[in-house]
Ligand binder design. Structure first.
Ligand SMILES: [Fe+2]
Ligand SMILES: [Fe+2]
Length: 317
């Protein structure tokens, strides 16, 4: 039997369905997992394997590195991925709590769906931290990470709610895209890292729908000018993240040289920084900006602003 959402999708192929809070709770309960089932005991990272899919890590473009050096860099980027997600999910938690706090008596399903979302996000933060600790304990050198996370979160949360909600929406659809487009069919990755990304995707699938509802309710009744201002804020957040990603690229270079004992020549450093910064842009911004579901949600908010984002997206791809 076709569900209401499916029928809605068939009747309005260009529009997102109205996601149902009760459905997301049921889906969340079906896929719910425990951290202990994913990592710990004999479930360890295999450092003979790559951790990230190549389409996100883009280490093959660095033709002056040998295979082992490419693997080491790929693993450093796996660690970066864990830590960037800790940073991101740490500002999502208070934002979603603030969003639901003023309307606790309106709709029990809505409240439960958002609290489930928050609980899962806190669990994800814990999961990423445990993976990062496993990495730190077994990797040859120190890998620096941008931060502190609290300062990054504070700067982002200083923007108006719709700007932040759009950034979160982009991140959630982006996470789903990472698993479906890059990780799912990659047979070369460390199985533990892959299973972590799969389990994250399973729960993020509900978050993306709830974020869509959040953006829809924040945008309701807003004038075109107000939406434009919210998109200005969204782009400011993107620019802020991009500055951090460039700094992270320099940290990853430092970690790579420490881990491999190889000092890159000036021209190699230049190629490393430009291609790796672009890889980070694609991973953490671009792959979200071009996500069809994200763009559909933007289109419903304002076709003009959707065109604006589409025109900017190639910079981050
Ligand atoms: Fe998450
Ligand atoms: Fe999430």
């Amino acid at each position: 039997m076709l569900g209401a959402n499916t029928i809605n999708e068939i009747n309005n192929p260009a529009r997102l369905p109205e996601y149902d809070y009760r459905d997301t709770i049921e889906a969340a309960e079906r896929v719910n997992w425990r951290i202990e089932d994913i990592i710990g005991g004999d479930k360890r990272l295999d450092f003979t394997k790559r951790f990230m899919p190549e389409s996100l890590a883009r280490v093959e473009q660095l033709t002056f590195l040998n295979d082992e050096e490419k693997r080491v860099l790929n693993q450093i980027k796996g660690n970066t991925y864990l830590n960037i997600f800790v940073i991101v999910e740490e500002f999502i938690v208070p934002f979603v709590l603030d969003h639901v706090r003023p309307s606790l008596n309106d709709d029990d399903y809505r409240v439960r769906a958002f609290l489930q979302f928050v609980g899962e996000e806190v669990k994800h933060i814990q999961l990423f931290k445990i993976f990062a600790e496993e990495f730190r304990a077994n990797f040859v050198s120190e890998c620096k990470i941008i931060g502190p996370a609290a300062d990054i979160g504070k700067a982002i949360l200083g923007h108006e709610p719709l700007s932040v909600a759009l950034a979160i929406l982009m991140i959630e659809w982006m996470t789903l895209g990472h698993y479906i487009d890059s990780v799912k069919d990659d047979g070369d990755m460390d199985p533990l890292f892959k299973s972590m990304l799969k389990n994250h995707w399973l729960e993020e699938s509900q978050h993306a729908k709830l974020d869509t509802r959040m953006v829809e309710s924040l945008g309701e009744g807003m004038t075109e000018a107000a939406i434009e201002r919210a998109l200005d804020g969204f782009l400011d957040i993107g620019g802020f993240l991009d500055t951090g990603l460039r700094q992270q690229t320099l940290f990853d270079l430092e970690a790579f040289e420490l881990a491999t004992g190889r000092t890159l020549k000036d021209d190699e450093r230049e190629v490393f920084i430009s291609t790796q910064h672009q890889a980070n842009r694609w991973t953490y911004i671009g792959s979200g900006m071009v996500n069809p579901k994200f763009l559909m949600c933007l289109e419903q908010l304002s076709p003009t602003q959707k065109d604006r984002i589409e025109a900017i997206a190639p910079t981050f791809c």
